[in-house]
Each structure stands twice: as C-alpha cells, then as structure tokens.
Ligand binder design. Structure first.
Ligand SMILES: Cc1cc2nc3c(=O)[nH]c(=O)nc-3n(C[C@H](O)[C@H](O)[C@H](O)COP(=O)(O)OP(=O)(O)OC[C@H]3O[C@@H](n4cnc5c(N)ncnc54)[C@H](O)[C@@H]3O)c2cc1C
Length: 381
C-alpha cells in the first residue's frame, strides 16, 4: 500500500487528504500531521471579530477526518529528511511514498518591537476572539489596523476587516465617535491588480470614512500609538496588526526554500526539487510570469493546488503519467459590510500581467461567501 504524508491540516492539507482518500480508498494510506488539534476556517475570522460567527462554528476537530479513514496525527513536524523519505515529528519518525507540504506560514510578532505587548494579531484565531471582546466595550476612540510587512496572506482580508468594523460601529450608533485607520506598506490596496481595483477599494474606504496610510514602514508599537519611520506617530486606543509572516522554521532549515525563504516549486505541478515531494499553499514561492513578483497567498489557491497535486499522485500511484496542471486561477469574496460582498476573480499566470477583477458589492456575493463556508465543512469534514 502506498503512503501519502500530508504536513499541515489547514486549507491545502484538508483538501488534498480528502481528494486522495476518496479516490484511492484502502489502496493508499493518507496521514495528516498538524500541531493543532483543530482546523480553523480563517476566511470567517473577520465575521468572528465582529461577533457574527461563534468560534465553534468555524472550527473542526481534525480527528473527525478519521471517520473517512484518514489518519490524523497531532504533533509538531521537527525535521525533514527528504533524500531518506522520512519526516521527524515529536511523536516519532514517519516515512512516505509521496509527501505534500502544506504548512502555511508562521507569525513573528517578536520582530516588531511592542507588537506582542500592545497590539492584537488580526490574523490569529485567539487574538481575533480577544478583539471581539475588546470591541464589545469600545465606545469611542481610534482603531489602527496595520500591516507590518510584505508579503502577507489574503491581501483583501485587512480591508474586509475595516469594512466590517465600520458596519459594527454604525449598527451601534457609535461610528461618529470611532476613527478607523488602516496602515499598509503597499503603495495601494491590492497592488498586483490593475490601478482601477486599487482606486475602487480606496473609494470605498473614503465613502466609509476610513483613513488609509500607504507606503508605511512600521518601526514599533507603543502603548497607545503606532510608530512609523520618519518619526510619524499615530495615536491609537486599539491596535490590530498583521504580524510579519514567513514559512515555518522546519522548512527554512531545508534546501527546499528560495532566498525569500518560501518553498520553490514547479509552477504547474507544485513539485519541489525532490521527486514525489510537493508543496502547496502559503508556504510556496510562486513567481508570476513576466513581472516576476510573488503570487498572492490565499486559501483559494491552496485549494486549487491541493486538487492538482492529489490528482497527479493518484495517477502516479496507478503507474500513469501526471497530467494535471495548476493554472494560477482562483476567486474570492470580500465582505464589505451590511450583507454585501465584492466578488473577485484572479488569473495570476496570465501574461503579460495577472488578471484580477473586483466587482461592485452585491448581496449575491455575500450569500455566495456564506454558502462557501457551509460547503467547506460539509464537504471536507
Ligand atoms: C483573516 C483571514 C481571512 C482570510 N480570508 C480568506 C478568504 O476569504 N479567501 C481565501 O482564499 N483565503 C483567505 N485567507 C487566507 C487563507 O486562510 C490561507 O491562504 C490558507 O489557509 C493557506 O492554506 P495552507 O494550507 O497553505 O496553510 P494553513 O491553512 O495555514 O495550514 C497550515 C497548517 O500547518 C500547521 N503547521 C505549521 N507548522 C507546523 C509544524 N511545524 N508542525 C505541525 N503543524 C504545523 C498549522 O498548524 C496549520 O494548521 C484568509 C486568511 C486570514 C488570516
């Protein structure tokens, strides 16, 4: 029996495990390793922040996958011996015929002085719950949301969070007492997209009276302020930040990564420099054709990559040639508040430039996002 080992039970890992097990049944052993007991559906963190989702609704015990005969091991991946087809975890060693790495990124608040003491990490499940608690007693003052550094995953998510904060305070009749500011190192929202997309996000921020500060370099966080270079000090009563993130330590200690620290892969097959070893999702270093910039990181892409890798492993294990290719396509919905969302399609391998659209806010896109959340748990758990 062939063995596929999947490192990471996040978006990419869950999709790959399900696709492989469904197609291969008892002829393949599929094992998912994750340090966390749970799978967290981060697309819904913005709704969790404003109290429109309960933590339990967007969390699943990874052990539920065992009902589908997928093995689940809760442990820390410590070392990869790729020539020896072996992975060391804190529960022991595991061998494999095929390896799928979907370990995502790790947050490094400690690299921004004052972050851990004075700000909450807007991308972290537990800090999002704390943010929700802070919001319930927040009646006036300034909220500053800052992106510490590039790259950061899901480029629309910080804007989605701002639009939902706007909704939260309007619904409580407090909006006129709360100043909202977003601070980004980018020159524009969603800079990989056409200038039209950036302008339309700026227009929405403007209409909702949300201040945006671009090309900002965050130096440190203080008790009630964000300090940028050139000594700019932005006062804040609540600081929400996206912490710097990069690949987990265990990957950076291998020769899988390029000089950006992310895993180098074949753009179409997601295979690494080691045969039968694939990497998908946020941990990968996918460069766009022509312009050479790194591709945006999002669950939609991890999902599509997982399907391609799973199908090719199925072919290989049956003695067939791999014939499925990742096309750099995805779609997402960005909530804009009050039951509306903006639908976005992305084709980032398109030459000479990536193709990214962002439609106007509609109720349909909002309900499509709600439906996708339901589909996610029903389909994969
Ligand atoms: C607030 C927010 C909103 C978002 N909204 C959207 C959206 O609307 N649409 C969209 O497409 N994307 C969205 N994303 C992005 C999306 O969540 C990620 O791109 C996606 O989760 C990446 O999948 P992955 O499998 O690469 O990594 P992950 O889903 O992060 O999974 C990685 C897993 O690896 C585990 N792990 C890491 N290191 C180790 C180790 N050493 N040992 C054991 N286990 C380890 C982690 O515990 C984790 O479970 C959002 C993200 C955030 C934070």
């Amino acid at each position: 029996m062939k063995k596929t080992l999947i490192l990471g039970g996040g978006i990419g890992g869950i999709v790959a495990a399900n696709a492989l097990k469904k197609a291969m049944g008892s002829s393949m052993q599929v094992t998912v390793v994750d340090r966390e007991p749970n799978h967290y559906f981060s697309s819904s963190f913005p709704l969790l922040m404003i109290g429109e989702r309960k933590a339990s609704k967007i969390t699943r015990d990874l052990k539920q996958l065992e009902r589908k005969k997928i093995k689940v091991l809760r442990s820390e991946v410590i070392k990869l011996d790729l020539p020896g087809h072996r992975v060391t975890t804190d529960e022991g060693d595991l061998d494999y015929d095929y390896l799928i790495i979907s370990l995502g990124v790790e947050y490094h608040q400690e690299t921004v002085p004052g972050f851990s003491e004075f700000a909450l990490n807007a991308y972290d499940f537990n800090d999002v719950i704390k943010t929700n608690q802070r919001l319930s007693s927040f009646s006036s003052g300034q909220i500053v949301f800052f992106i510490s550094s590039l790259p950061y995953k899901c480029p629309p998510a910080p804007y989605e969070m701002m639009f939902l904060l706007d909704q939260f305070f309007r619904q409580r009749g407090l909006r006129h007492k709360v100043k909202l500011t977003i601070v980004t190192p980018d020159f524009s929202p969603e800079p990989l997209a056409s200038p039209k997309v950036g302008q339309s996000v700026r227009k929405m921020l403007n209409e909702k009276n949300i201040e945006i500060i671009t090309e900002a370099k965050v130096l440190r966080v203080e008790k009630n302020a964000l300090i940028l270079d050139h000594g700019t000090k932005i006062p804040a009563d609540l600081l929400l930040g996206v912490a710097p993130h990069w690949t987990p330590e265990v990957l950076r200690n291998t020769d899988l990564v390029d000089n950006s620290g992310f895993v180098d892969v074949n753009l179409r097959t997601l295979e690494t420099c080691y045969p039968s070893v694939y990497a998908i999702g946020d941990a990968t270093a996918i460069r766009l054709p022509v312009i050479g910039a790194y591709a945006p990181k999002a669950g939609a892409f991890a999902h599509a990559q997982a399907v391609v890798v799973a199908k090719n492993i199925i072919s290989l294990s049956k003695g067939l040639k791999p014939r499925f290719f990742y096309k750099g396509k995805g779609m997402c919905m960005m909530n804009t508040g009050f039951g509306r969302a903006r639908y976005s399609t992305v084709h980032y391998y398109k030459k000479p430039q990536p193709y990214i659209t962002l439609l106007r806010p509609t109720r349909l896109a909002y309900w499509a996002k709600v439906a996708f959340e339901k589909y996610w748990f029903k389909r994969w758990f």
